[in-house]
Design a protein around this ligand. Structure first.
Ligand code: SF4
Length: 726
């Protein structure tokens, strides 16, 4: 912390500058915010191990939304004519509590649901899970992290016994000899990460990218494998097949540190490279070159991202790459291993502390009696009172307003009208609710449908912690207080819990920290079971996570501040944290990593005469997620003003479409319209659209809601469409 920020904190005044992190993606780039004398807030990058002084356009412009004219500063309540009108906090909260009580009285506790987000701080994610289970006593809570990397999480858990995106610091990338990126495009999604890749290349390392598009990342690669969307699993099995036939397997490692290899060996024997070339379009020579580059390197890493994960077979696809990494003896070796590049800002921490339908804090399973007893003890309730598991995000949204589904929904930090698959259907489900409540700082497309909208604080107005893609717990620091009329999410949950007559306060532990935050009391503060001070919430989170897989018991805000963050698991305040996992053992019952034999299967929706093209979605550099924030930033809007449909010039010629012509992309579920962007970098049998825009250009009007049977991840990355000039 700088002297100015420290002095301001000690005097209780809002600081004039704050060392914090970007509000957007999981790289969580380090930045400094400064109040300037002319009333602006200046953003400067700072040296941090992940971004090393870099920021992308989104980070540079992150403060533009703090005083944006669209900022919500008063609650909105829908009147009988159907119009959202400004209302007092008392009126808004009364309306919510009346609505929740009415629904639960008529239909039971599970008739209310909660939907969270991967951008919420650890404290908010934890409080939201506790609020659902203790104040509402509903089993229905899930979050938009299901859209993001739940398949990699499930594959990591079943192989390694733990789900931490990267089990090593990002700086290890710069020192690996061969780096294989599968369905990852960090040059556009998190550009400062490429500094590590540049280091790696400068040291003579090889970069290989697997992606159906020649992306900005693939352009920098030594070798680009361009498979048909949905065939990544077959490619991985072929790579392992080649590694076996060419004697590249680390047999000693496999024998000493893993189990289940025989079944995988038998399975991949069927994946003859020539057949996989026919299936995926990746030439045998490229498959062989990739297997050799991985299998003969002194160190090697395999990283997956959404391209591999967002499929109805996403867990198995990731498992195929984990199998390859294990067979080559990579996990736990220096500058080597398997990892997943998490997307959302707190995608990692957001899935560790109770927002998931089947989870309690510390990555505990909600159906584990010991886990229930531990967390219920921290929460001061009877374990028998805790609800059981709910259902994953899409199943939850798709059940809203149906005879057996919830009839009221509270949304925090998410915009499913744009981000959910088969979005038109989700939108109609939301319209069918008895009560929809949205807490946000802007009128998102989901907020536009709400009965009550609650204005909440932004990132520069609140303290807390985030856990980045490396499993490193970071401090988010407030530069200033929320504007008049705006409350923090924690204050909203505390108010609602009090009005719902949630049980009495739990005494704070000895390490709970000050009762009042350094910046003064938060408007609406209430010292109840749901504290509003994030430092108090974090102290409780530590106790709740103690002994769990994601153990934060030894992490304190002071410890985070004294170093560049703290890597979990960190069970002991005086013991070490865990920047690198798996050096000696895996946290499985046997201490060994587990192979899983997996087979390719076709996309849930194959192409046909009526829908002859593959459709895939993704992101662009200047926009983020559903675009609620970045579409309102002038510089970002100028850089990426609207949606588009990318298609190969040969395909465009066949369809009679010119560059810039408006095209219609139709699937069995809906259609999108946007200008065509011709590019030779995409396969001629595939079209691509970014998913940041609502309305006619909404890519998720088209996407498929087929789900992975293990993770509940929707198949965003492939469905069948037809394209025509609009
Ligand atoms: S890469 Fe991610 S964290 Fe870094 S500035 Fe850009 S959006 Fe923010």
């Amino acid at each position: 912390m700088t002297d100015g920020a420290r002095a301001a904190t000690l005097t209780g005044q809002p600081p004039r500058e704050a060392e914090t992190h970007c509000p957007y993606c999981a790289l969580q780039c380090g930045m400094v915010l400064r109040d300037t004398d002319d009333g602006r807030i200046e953003v400067q990058p700072r040296q941090f191990p992940t971004n090393r002084g870099g920021l992308c356009q989104k980070g540079w412009t992150a403060a533009d939304l703090l005083d944006h004219p669209d900022r919500l500063t008063t609650p909105l309540v829908r009147d009988p004519s159907g119009t959202l009108r400004p209302a007092s906090w008392v009126a808004a909260l009364d309306r919510i509590v009346d609505g929740l009580r009415t629904v639960q009285r008529a239909h039971g506790r599970d008739a209310v649901a909660v939907f969270g987000g991967g951008g919420l701080t650890n404290e908010k994610a934890y409080a939201l899970g506790k609020f659902a289970r203790v104040a509402l006593r509903t089993r229905h809570i899930d979050y938009n992290g299901r859209w993001c990397m739940s398949s990699a999480a499930a594959a990591g858990l079943r192989a390694f016994g733990v789900d931490r995106g990267l089990p090593f610091p990002l700086t290890d990338l710069g020192r690996t000899d061969t780096l294989l990126l599968v369905g990852a495009n960090p040059a556009e999604t998190m550009p400062p990460l490429m500094r590590h890749v540049t280091d790696q290349r400068a040291r003579g390392g090889r970069l290989i990218v697997v992606d159906p598009r020649l992306t900005a990342t693939a352009r920098q690669a030594d070798l680009h494998l361009q498979p048909l969307p949905g065939t990544d699993l077959a490619v991985a099995n072929a790579l392992l097949h080649i590694a076996l036939t060419e004697g590249l397997i680390d047999r000693e490692y496999v024998a000493a540190r893993t189990e289940g290899f025989d079944a995988v060996r038998r399975t991949v024997a069927e994946y003859w490279p020539a057949e996989v070339e026919r299936l995926s379009g990746v030439p045998v020579a490229d498959l062989e070159a990739t297997a050799r580059a991985l299998g003969t390197a002194g160190s090697a890493m395999i990283l997956t991202a959404r391209g591999a994960e967002q499929h109805a077979k996403g867990v198995d696809t990731v498992s195929a790459y984990v199998n390859l990494a294990l067979a080559l003896g990579l996990p736990g070796r220096p500058h080597s291993g398997y990892g997943c590049l998490t997307g959302q800002g707190n995608g990692q921490g957001g899935r560790e502390h109770g927002q998931k339908s089947d989870q309690l804090p510390g990555y505990r399973k909600i159906d584990d009696p010991a886990a229930r007893a531990h967390v219920a003890g921290v929460w001061g309730v009877d374990p028998a009172e805790l609800p059981g598991p709910g259902v994953p995000a899409y199943q939850l949204l798709d059940s809203l307003g149906t005879p057996d589904g919830p009839r009221a929904l509270l949304v925090f930090g998410s915009n499913p009208v744009v981000s959910a698959p088969r979005a038109a259907r989700v939108e109609s489900r939301l319209r069918g609710l008895d009560l929809l409540v949205v807490a946000d700082f802007l009128r998102s497309e989901t907020a536009e449908l709400a009965d009550v909208v609650l204005p909440v604080a932004q990132w520069a107005e609140e303290d807390g912690t985030m856990t980045n893609l490396e499993g490193r717990v970071l401090r988010r620091r407030a530069l200033r207080r929320p504007p008049p009329g705006v409350r923090t999410d924690l204050a909203v949950l505390a108010d609602l819990a009090a009005r719902l007559d949630a049980p009495d306060p739990v005494p704070a532990g000895p390490d709970a920290g000050p009762a009042v935050p350094a910046g003064g009391p938060v408007p609406g503060d209430s010292p109840g079971r749901f504290p509003t001070d994030p430092r108090v919430v974090f102290a409780e989170l530590r106790r709740a996570s103690a002994g769990g897989v994601a153990d934060y018991a030894g992490v304190s805000w002071e410890r985070i501040e004294s170093a560049d963050g703290v890597f979990w698991p960190c069970p002991d305040p005086d013991g070490p944290d865990s920047p690198r996992l798996f050096a000696d053992t895996f946290p499985t019952p046997t201490g060994r990593a587990r192979f899983h034999a997996v087979r390719h299967r076709p996309a849930a929706e194959p192409v046909c005469a009526d829908y002859p093209l593959h459709f895939t979605t993704g992101r662009v550099l200047a926009q983020y997620q559903s675009g609620t924030q970045t579409r309102r930033v002038d510089a970002l809007r100028r850089a990426a003003p609207h949606g588009f449909v990318e298609l190969h010039p040969d395909l465009a010629a066949r369809l009679g479409v010119g560059d810039g012509d408006e095209v219609r992309v139709a699937s069995r579920r809906g259609e999108l319209r946007a200008p065509a962007r011709l590019s030779p970098t995409i396969r001629p049998d595939t079209v691509f659209a970014p998913f940041h825009w609502p309305g006619a250009a909404r890519a998720n009007s088209v996407t498929n809601d087929a789900l992975d049977p293990v993770s509940g991840m929707p198949e965003f990355k492939i469905c069948a469409v037809r394209v025509e000039r609009a």
